[in-house]
Ligand binder design. Structure first.
Ligand code: FAD
Ligand code: NAD
Length: 464
């Protein structure tokens, strides 16, 4: 039996694991990375990247189709159609390019990649089932970065017409009737895309509001747009299972009535759970917080020398959090002093319009005992938004009333995802409202609304 000795072993090559391995390699740490599937994990292969490709294609198609029906800006379109199989091939091309890119970066950092399923033998030893037999790896430090997988509902097992986001991202034709269970991130991002591609979409959400993580003011423009797109949104409704003929979803509505929703596909997006049963974790008996591995501020688990990063460590299950944890752990394993001390983890929902949040909402800030100033600026008063036909939505800043420190920033609007960088930077650097109004914001941009919201919080908005 072959055996490899190394300083660092990373299990899972998603954004957490591959970033950790690259940084460790750059720092001269002798590193092995094990991956059972494809480099890039959920994010690159069946998550962030493919979903954003599909959303982009749907946006383009919907915009052009809109011009065919009625052009307000002087562009006339005769015929417009989409070949979803070709769109999916284009998306797969992007994924392939990024897979190769990650492989090249790992190679450049001298990381050894082992393909296969890893299982713990003990706290220092892992066995990997490879194509050529079992490979034993012994390491001084091990990082568990095995990610997450979709949650299935009782009565709605995956298979046949009941699908996960992974299958949804490879459909070569839009389903005629698509029922989505779960109006969270994935359900609404993909639901919006499929509605634009021509599907008749129904969203069944258990709580009283779609996107329950966001405040209702931020969600309102998204609800309006879903209505325009003809998406039927049923809140306070529970999925009960398949109809006896298997061609409809049985639900209980908010009024307590039973209803059947005929569907060609039922996309279940009710959350993801940590992948804790893929790597022999039962051998180690690590402490948990709920279903997740418990970690401290250095991503150390309850066992010495074993770290955990990414989705397996809990919410928020976001690629950029996994990457930041991976980078930090590599530094720690290399002997550098680092700890998790982030002011915020920005989050974006790529709906139409997009929602972006960083730090605290007004309600969260008040609940934490802060007296606050809030500045809100509508995109209907922003020149660039007008020229982009994207006036719905607003920008909001939350600052402490005593010293004007910015503790939160949120926006809903077309293209606002790119503002997440400015929001996170302002909060992480400890900016005050005076810093934002004192920074020249280039004109005409939607980003100017950030400065205007700060002016407004200080009580003297210029353009409203
Ligand atoms: P993963 O990316 O899940 O990677 C884990 C890897 O470990 C996998 O490749 C798996 O094969 C491997 N593995 C598991 N067990 C073993 C084993 N025993 N041996 C070897 N290998 C193993 N996040 C965002 O920030 N922005 C987005 O826009 C976004 N969009 C998303 C859209 C969809 C449809 C989905 C499903 C998710 C999206 N996410 C998004 C979430 C994001 O993909 C995850 O937060 C991120 O991928 C987590 O990274 P990770 O490294 O923890 O795990
Ligand atoms: P989610 O937690 O975002 O949404 C799940 C939704 O399903 C919630 O609104 C919940 O109330 C609802 N729900 C739960 N049980 C239900 C039931 N029985 N019937 C009806 N509704 C029910 O989960 P998701 O959309 O599956 O996404 C999983 C994770 O992936 C997210 O939490 C996020 O961390 C990540 N993600 C991020 C992005 C992004 O950053 N843009 C995009 C996609 C996914």
């Amino acid at each position: 039996m072959k055996e490899i000795l190394c300083k660092l072993l990373v299990i899972g090559a998603g954004p957490g694991g591959y970033v950790c391995a690259i940084r460790a390699g750059q720092l001269g740490v002798d590193t092995v990375l094990v991956e059972a599937g494809k480099l890039g994990g959920t994010c690159l292969n069946v998550g962030c990247i493919p979903s954003k490709a599909l959303i982009h294609a749907a946006d383009e198609f919907s915009a052009i189709r809109g011009m065919q029906a009625r052009s307000t800006i002087g562009i006339r379109v005769e015929n417009c159609a989409i070949d979803l199989a070709a769109t999916i091939a284009w998306k797969n091309g992007i994924v392939g390019r990024l897979n190769s890119g990650v492989a090249a970066l790992l190679q450049k950092a001298s990381v050894k990649i082992v393909h296969g399923q890893a299982a713990f033998r003990d706290g220092k030893t892992v066995a990997v089932e490879t194509e050529t037999g079992v490979q034993i790896i012994r390491a001084e430090a091990i990082v568990i970065a095995t990610g997450s997988e979709p949650v299935a509902l009782p009565g709605l097992p995956f298979g046949g017409r009941v699908i996960t986001s992974t299958e949804a991202l490879s459909l070569t034709e839009p389903p005629e009737r698509l029922v989505i269970v779960g109006g969270g991130y994935i359900g609404l991002e993909l639901g919006t895309a499929f509605a634009k591609l021509g599907s008749k979409v129904t969203v069944v959400e258990a709580t009283p509001q779609i996107l329950p993580l966001y405040d209702s003011e931020l969600v309102r423009p998204v609800s309006r747009r879903l209505e325009q797109l003809g998406v039927r949104v049923m809140t306070g409704a529970k999925a009960k299972g398949l109809s006896s003929a298997g061609d409809a979803l049985r639900i209980e509505t908010s009024a307590g009535r039973e209803e059947e929703l005929p569907s060609d596909r039922i996309l279940v997006t009710v959350g993801r759970r940590p992948r804790t049963d893929s790597s022999g974790l039962e051998e180690l008996d690590l402490d948990r917080t709920g279903p997740y591995l418990r970690i401290d501020d250095q991503c150390r688990t309850s066992m010495r020398g074993i770290y955990a990063i990414g989705d397996i460590t809990g919410e928020p299950m976001l690629a950029h959090r996994a990457m930041a944890q991976g980078e930090m752990v590599a530094e720690i394993v290399a002997g550098n002093k680092r700890a998790w001390d982030k002011r915020c983890i920005p989050a974006i929902c790529f709906t139409d319009p997009e929602i972006v949040t960083a730090g605290l909402s007004p309600a969260e800030a008040r609940a934490q005992g802060y007296e606050i100033r809030v500045g809100q600026f509508p995109f209907s008063a922003n020149g660039r938004a007008m020229t982009m036909q994207a006036e719905d939505g607003f920008m909001r800043i939350v600052a402490r009333a005593d010293n004007n420190l910015v503790i939160g920033a949120q926006a809903v609007g077309n293209g606002v995802s790119e503002l997440s960088t400015a929001f996170a930077l302002a909060i992480e650097m400890g900016a005050r409202l005076e810093d934002l109004v004192g920074t020249i914001h280039a004109h005409p941009t939607r980003g100017e609304a950030f400065q205007e919201a700060a002016f407004k919080a200080l009580g003297h908005a210029l353009h409203i």
